[in-house]
Design a protein around this ligand. Structure first.
Ligand SMILES: [Zn+2]
Length: 931
């Protein structure tokens, strides 16, 4: 019956009078495409190569008897296409099946007898990039639409699926079955209409359905294709809005809007009109949907600052929800950062993929490490690409875990990941699910309406505290190492340029705006994690090269060192570091004691380090305490088989833990520097099948850390290289730096939650401490760590083969260091040491050695910059130790105000004797505006 009803939708078709094609060409503008040479096209012609484009011209006469009727173009191809009418992109097309998008309305009321001319831009890729084999154009025709048959088909389909669901009460199910049978015999639409008169009782689960097209800003296609995906998706969706008044479409990622604004002014105006009418709904408040573990705290804030600013400038309002359905876990500072950017609501979905422990609630209060809360919701359909089937709507209700406290959940529907968005069929099904007995009530809605309804519920919510660790995709802290390195370096460079510009008075505002946005783009949740195809990383290499060179020139290191500065971070100061200056010899080194070398033993006033000829570190004695740091030789390089069952670039599976082999000893060693300021020994070694490592182990005068600088020539397949330091330290938890703070995680596998954390994210340090003593590993560009028992490890390199077969192959440079210390990571000053390890000493003119200072070790002065929209000096501080108190910040000003991250001024700060009085609470992030 379904098939018969479906066939009746298009009762007549005509072939085009003329079908022409030009190409293959690159991605070109419509105007340029008009000047191509067109030739007759044939159906079934194989099109390629991948990423090529073909432009079609379709000329067809609409039969006179179709007067007044709706006419569709049927365009069946596995490729993604764009329909152009009168020079405008009007709709995206993809696929050959009716449930895909092989059709587009040409006219809703034909004159009859007219000839239509259509343009179709066909990209030789599918929604998910490479189609595997060359696409072809399978059908191209005009079709008459029987709108009664169209509606009847959905009337029947929704009821049939409901009857077959197995989730109905027997009385209603029996009646439904009998009536559907009667319809199949009698074909009377009134039978179906009568069934839709059966509504729900007074209390029923309510589903807010939000149209969406998750468009990965880059993933299995490069940025340039994303821009076309935006055109296809947004033209389709604005078009459906004309036809379906109730349709609401949520769209995140300011970057994507910005591209349309720059490049597609006409489509941009259509979007603006639909935003004004309330149908096209900007959401998310961030520049892209970023990875939420690897970017620094300041980067995450800038994602929100630039996102909110764009939405406010262009649409007159800020977003109230963070829209992040697909990122791979969420750090525990995020609730506070969101609140500081005016966001109180949070939507994700990804944690439903957890391997060990599924989330216990779909609606809950997510509390960050500082106590800030946001209202969080996971759509219980476990997808952000719902097709609005009866089965999925019923699944949502069945799986929803909070029926006792809530009667509402969200359904995010539409083709996504590769974009596309809702289809007319989805919108038709939604119309039939508004209030039908046995189904939840399903209403089209917006995120704002949905969260407002949740807030209005009188409910005891579950409270979830701290990071939302994603029990999956643990390889993304390590894959595509150059992106991680670029991210770390550029975050530091942006920091330095902002600081120097702010204090020198040459703050390059527009350029910084551009460069920040370029870095924020790289932090997209498939670029920074390393889960994209090679083409994406060609773009990323280009972008990071531009960022690094432009930022380095903006730092503007002069040819004469005037003052040394440790930039704007507490403790990162003045001549304490003894790297050779990049120019001249004006550096004052205040190293009181010297480093001595005795063959393979390096010693300064703090550490005595003994190396093995095999390249291990045999002993690290912390002289102030007399403690030996290592329980067994450290700098143990380990190779693991890294063959995830499913997602190559994404996953490090638990099975890898059983495949460890230690790398063979170094082939040779040589002493490179013998002091008195620096001692270095270099080791050459082979690793794996075809790789080599050159490691230089360094101890500087006065240094509190022993450094390992590595150049790797990496040519492995499905291998994971880790370095292990077995520490003479016992503790049930290890500590890892996270954005504006730290996360503590277990060092054992006692429960399923502990076991799940066999590989975890961290920033510049990972620390294992017991009472009185501990040791940290510091890194300059690594983000994947693990700790089991007393063995602390860094994941250094991977070699996944999919989706980028050449991922991580080639040359790498990275450094790590072992830092033994008194007390725990707080008392031991681990954060400051990690900052010093990452912050190069810079030389510049005209900056005093101590531009700003904070008198309290708990409070880190992280960022100094000029205002986003004003010349005010902006200071960003955060409480780093989990303490409470009042700090004094000296920076030479009379008036200071507290602000949120968007730099909206809040209350005045007290200024006493030239110092700003800053009361703070545990893990608080603070912004000060100085006049
Ligand atoms: Zn995504």
């Amino acid at each position: 019956m379904s098939q018969r009803l479906q066939a009746a939708i298009h009762p007549a078709t005509v072939q085009p009078d003329e079908l022409l094609v030009a190409g293959p060409v690159d991605r070109i503008a419509y105007e340029e495409a008009q000047r191509l040479d067109y030739r007759p096209a044939a159906l079934g012609e194989r099109l390629g190569p991948l990423w090529a484009t073909y432009w079609y011209r379709v000329r067809a006469r609409i039969p006179e008897e179709w007067h007044g009727r709706r006419v569709d173009l049927i365009w069946a191809s596995r490729a993604e296409s764009t329909l152009w009418l009168d020079g405008q992109a009007v709709q995206g097309l993809h696929g050959v099946e009716p449930q895909q998008r092989p059709d587009a309305t040409v006219t809703r009321a034909a004159r009859g007898g007219e000839t239509v001319e259509l343009g179709v831009e066909l990209a030789c890729n599918g929604l998910f990039g490479d189609l595997g084999s060359p696409p072809e154009l399978e059908r191209c025709e005009l079709a008459l639409v029987d709108e009664d048959a169209w509606r009847l088909y959905f009337d029947f389909e929704v009821l049939r699926a409901l009857e077959a669901s197995g989730e109905l009460e027997p009385d209603w199910c029996g009646h439904l079955r009998a009536e559907l049978n009667r319809f199949c015999n009698e074909h009377d639409p009134a039978i179906l209409r009568a069934l839709y008169e059966h509504h729900n009782g007074t209390r029923v689960h309510e589903i807010a359905a939000i149209g969406h097209a998750h468009i990965d800003t880059a993933w299995l296609w490069p940025l340039a294709e994303t821009r076309r995906k935006l055109v296809r998706t947004f033209s389709s969706q604005t078009r459906y809005m004309d036809e379906y008044d109730e349709f609401r479409f949520a769209c995140s990622q300011a970057q994507q809007y910005a591209w349309i604004k720059e490049r597609e002014p006409e489509l941009w105006e259509r979007i603006r009109a639909k935003v004004a009418s309330g149908q096209f709904v900007p959401v998310g408040g961030s520049w892209v949907e970023p990875d939420c573990n690897v970017p620094s705290g300041e980067s995450l804030l800038r994602q929100l600052v630039h996102g909110q600013r764009f939405f406010e400038d262009e649409f007159g309002s800020r977003c109230r929800e963070f829209w992040s359905p697909d990122a791979f876990g969420y750090c525990g500072q995020l609730p506070q950062l969101l609140r500081l950017a005016g966001i109180t609501r949070f939507l994700t979905q990804k944690l439903s993929w957890n391997q060990f422990n599924k989330p216990e609630s779909h609606t809950f209060l997510w509390q960050g490490v500082d106590g800030s809360e946001v209202l969080a919701h996971y759509p219980p359909a476990d997808t952000y690409n719902s097709d609005v089937s009866v089965a999925e709507v019923l699944f949502s209700r069945r799986e929803f875990k909070d029926h006792e406290s809530s009667a509402q959940s969200l359904l995010v529907y539409g083709f996504g990941d590769g974009g596309g968005g809702p289809t007319r069929a989805m919108l038709e099904r939604l119309r039939r699910m508004r209030d039908l007995q046995g189904l939840p009530r399903v209403q089209t809605s917006t995120s704002d309406t949905f969260f407002a309804a949740l807030e209005a519920e009188r409910a005891e919510r579950a409270v979830v505290v701290g990071e939302l660790y994603f029990e999956y995709h643990r390889g993304v802290y390590t894959s595509q190492a150059f992106v991680k390195r670029g991210n770390r370096i550029c975050e530091q460079l942006l920091h330095d340029v902002e600081f120097l510009g702010a204090v020198r008075g040459d703050f390059p505002r527009e350029e910084l705006d551009r460069l920040w946005k370029l870095l924020l783009l790289q932090q997209f949740h498939d670029i920074l994690p390393g889960s994209s195809i090679g083409l994406v990383y060609d773009d990323a290499r280009r972008d990071f090269a531009e960022l690094e060179s432009t930022l380095a020139s903006l730092v503007g290191e002069g040819d004469t060192p005037v003052n040394t500065i440790g930039v704007a971070r507490r403790d990162v100061v003045d001549g304490r570091m003894i790297d050779a200056p990049p120019f001249g010899d004006g550096l004052v080194v205040e190293a009181g004691d010297r480093v001595a070398v005795d063959a393979l033993t390096l010693e300064n006033g703090v550490l005595r380090v003994t190396l093995g000829e095999d390249g291990t570190i045999r002993s690290v004695v912390h002289k102030p305490t007399g403690r030996e740091t290592l329980a067994a030789p450290g700098n143990r390089l380990e190779l693991y088989e890294d063959r995830p069952v499913k997602f190559d670039a994404w996953d490090i599976d638990p099975a890898h833990l059983e495949t460890r082999t230690d790398c063979p000893p170094a082939d040779s060693w040589e002493v490179l520097s013998t002091g008195p300021l620096r001692a270095e020994v270099a080791f050459e070694r082979r690793v794996g099948e075809a790789s080599t490592l050159r490691q230089t182990i360094r101890l500087d005068a006065e240094a509190q850390r022993v450094e390992v600088h590595t150049i790797a020539d990496w040519h492995e397949e499905h291998a994971l290289l880790k370095v292990c330091f077995p520490l003479a330290v016992h503790s049930g938890t290890a500590t890892y730096e996270m954005p504006f703070g730290y996360a503590e995680r277990p060092t054992h596998f006692s429960t399923s939650y502990d076991r799940a954390k066999y590989e975890v994210p961290g920033h510049r340090f990972a620390d294992l401490s017991e009472h009185g003593f501990g040791a940290a590993l510091l890194t300059d560009s690594k983000y994947g760590y693990s700790c089991f028992g007393n063995e602390l490890r860094i994941s250094l390199l991977r070699a996944p083969k999919s989706p980028d077969p050449s991922a991580d192959i080639g040359r790498h440079e990275f450094a790590y260091a072992l830092h033994p210390h008194v007390g725990d990571h707080r008392e031991g000053g681990v954060l400051a040491e990690a900052m010093r390890f990452n912050a190069p000493l810079r030389f510049t003119r005209g900056v005093g050695p101590s531009f700003a200072s904070v008198d309290d070790p708990n409070l880190v002065l992280d960022t100094i910059k000029r205002g986003e929209r004003s010349d005010a000096l902006v200071l960003r501080l955060y409480e780093a130790n989990g303490g409470r108190g009042t700090a004094r910040v000296r920076v030479g000003c009379d008036r200071a105000r507290f602000a949120n991250a968007l730099e909206d001024p809040l209350e005045d700060a007290t200024v006493e004797n030239g110092a700003i009085v800053v009361p703070y609470t545990p893990h608080q992030v603070l912004t000060l505006l100085l006049q």
